[in-house]
Design a protein around this ligand. Structure first.
Ligand SMILES: [Zn+2]
Length: 100
């Protein structure tokens, strides 16, 4: 995998389609300052990608080059969703994501 592809992979949205508790044992990316963006249900697909097999509550988009981590949620997101995406911004991935 070349460096460009690696950066593109880093920018893949984290997922919050399920209540996931399969975090890796430690943060594997540098923490980035979060910036929370609320998007409508209709815009969720644009913000987080189409996931026809799952209901997406939100996503976190790490942008190391811009030194920011965008958190997208629907309006009135529950606290656990924000906490989940915040953890992605803090550099954590899911154990399953590492296997890819
Ligand atoms: Zn996640």
């Amino acid at each position: 995998m070349n460096r460009h592809a690696w950066l593109a992979a880093l920018a893949l949205p984290g997922c919050a389609a399920l209540v996931e508790d399969d975090w890796q044992g430690r943060a594997t990316h540098p923490a980035l300052p979060p910036y929370h963006l609320v998007v409508s249900d209709a815009d969720m697909e644009n913000a987080c990608g189409a996931h026809p097999w799952a209901y997406v509550f939100g996503c976190a988009l790490r942008l190391p080059a811009e030194h920011v981590c965008l958190i997208y949620t629907r309006p009135k997101a529950a606290a656990w969703i924000l906490a989940h995406e915040q953890r992605h911004c803090d550099g954590w991935d899911h154990a399953a994501e590492r296997a890819r």
